[in-house]
Design a binder for this molecule. Structure first.
Ligand SMILES: Cc1cc2nc3c(=O)[nH]c(=O)nc-3n(C[C@H](O)[C@H](O)[C@H](O)COP(=O)(O)OP(=O)(O)OC[C@H]3O[C@@H](n4cnc5c(N)ncnc54)[C@H](O)[C@@H]3O)c2cc1C
Length: 398
């Protein structure tokens, strides 16, 4: 083994581990000023969580930092750059419904969302959030069972996203900037040699880079250990999704109504129209080790019960189901920044249940922190801070 690596032995300025939405988006941004390669363990990119999402953009979802990053990503989605094959969005208002026992949860959500809206009033011009009564909720989504909903919150600014188009767009942009993508290239070891990292993949290929970005989703803590860094406590949480056929009789009002994403205030189910059927989820958060996640039949049965209680979907069968891991930190905020101890290791982790909708702004945040140590002005103005994203923040020290 060569122990005399000098700066001239560098293959890439930066190697990004992980070819999901996190990896390709930050790789694209970094490639503006650096030579960049993405290493992906699977033979297909976006095979894990990125390929298994519900494809929604919900500014009312997640904590204040997540919402700020989501708001700051809106323009990218609605007016994508030329290297992305648009359009990436379709209108999909979010309806959060409260049945019996869910009013407190609904009011808490509404208070949190409107508090953020007031604080950053200049940047939420697209979002229109309101509490509405049962009648209005049932008019917006005629698939709701009359009499189930007590009160609801509508967010007219929510969108449906083309996740594949977004991922492909970042990939195209990365390649145009000279970036490389290596599939079936799972990182198995990392060794510091002078001012560079020597990386080895499962096939024995070796690469050198000055900086490594850890964008390995559920495996971020495992990857960190390869660099001798302390894990930050990423907890993968399984979430199941499934498709059901539409009911035998679709109410005429439904065909005329706008498509909506409908979620219970206690987040124990959601559904949205998808083709001729509906995409549904029990919205569970079941802790699991990193893995190729499988759907949970018991959770599906529970969700069907809830859906049949709250809606007129008349769910009797499931056409297909899948699951993915949503990867959370202790404070449910992503981790973006240099490792506090290990030189040349940069975290881009903990995207949770929002990694698609935040991707454009989070990637800009990551590249800016990597390049200059600071955040772009628009993200600071939107309420994001480097401290809130920092790997060394106290909220992560459990
Ligand atoms: C059911 C469900 C619904 C969701 N709905 C939404 C939604 O509507 N909107 C939204 O914004 N978000 C949603 N999410 C969350 C979103 O999908 C994630 O936040 C996002 O996909 C995370 O992307 P990622 O790149 O971090 O992870 P991944 O896509 O999992 O990518 C990580 C990659 O790293 C690779 N890797 C790991 N270890 C190594 C190694 N040693 N060497 C090389 N490669 C490695 C893996 O193979 C993997 O491809 C949902 C998630 C689920 C499960």
């Amino acid at each position: 083994m060569d122990n005399t690596a000098s700066i001239t032995d560098i293959d890439y300025d930066t190697i990004v581990i992980g070819g999901g939405i996190a990896g390709v988006s930050i790789a694209y941004e970094l490639a503006e000023h650096r030579s960049v390669a993405v290493l992906e363990r699977e033979s297909t990119l976006a095979y894990h969580t990125t390929g298994r999402s519900a494809a929604t953009f919900l500014e009312s979802y997640g904590n204040a930092v997540v919402r700020a990053l989501t708001r700051s990503s809106r323009e990218f989605f609605t007016s994508p750059p030329e290297f992305v094959d648009g359009p990436l969005t379709a209108d999909l208002p979010l309806l959060v419904i409260a049945g019996e026992g869910e009013l407190d949860a609904l009011h808490a959500l509404h208070d949190a969302v409107t508090a953020t809206s007031n604080k950053h009033a200049g940047t939420v011009r697209h979002t229109s959030v309101a509490l509405i009564d049962a009648h209005e909720a049932e008019t917006i989504n005629p698939m709701l069972r009359p009499g189930y909903t007590d009160l609801a919150m509508v967010d007219y600014g929510s969108l449906e996203l083309d996740v594949h188009g977004l991922h492909q767009g970042f990939l195209r942009g990365l390649r145009r900037r000279g970036g490389a993508v290596m599939k079936s290239a799972g990182l198995v070891s990392a060794r510091r040699e002078r001012s560079a990292w020597l990386l080895e993949d499962a096939a024995g290929n070796r690469l050198r880079a000055r900086t490594v970005v850890n964008a390995a989703g559920a495996w971020c803590d495992d990857v960190a250990r390869m660099f001798g860094a302390a894990p930050i406590g990423i907890q993968p949480m399984r979430r199941t999704a499934f498709m059901v056929p539409g009911p035998k009789t679709i109410p005429a009002e439904f065909s005329a109504a706008p498509r909506t994403m409908t979620m219970s205030a206690s987040e124990d189910f959601y559904f949205k129209p998808d083709g001729a059927g509906f995409l549904c989820s029990p919205a569970e958060e079941t802790p699991q080790p990193p893995s190729d996640a499988n759907p949970d039949d018991l959770e599906i049965a529970r969700a069907i019960e809830r859906l049949n209680e709250a809606t007129r979907l008349e769910v009797r069968s499931v056409s297909t189901s899948w699951a993915g891991l949503r990867n959370f930190t202790a404070d449910r905020t992503p981790v973006v920044g240099p490792d506090p101890v290990v030189d040349g290791l940069f975290w881009f982790a903990g995207q949770g249940g929002y990694g698609i909708q935040m991707a454009p702004a989070l990637a800009r945040a990551g590249a800016s922190l990597a390049d200059s140590g600071g955040l772009p002005v628009d993200l600071l103005e939107a309420g994001v801070s480097a401290a809130a994203l920092a790997p060394g923040r106290t909220a992560l020290a459990a």
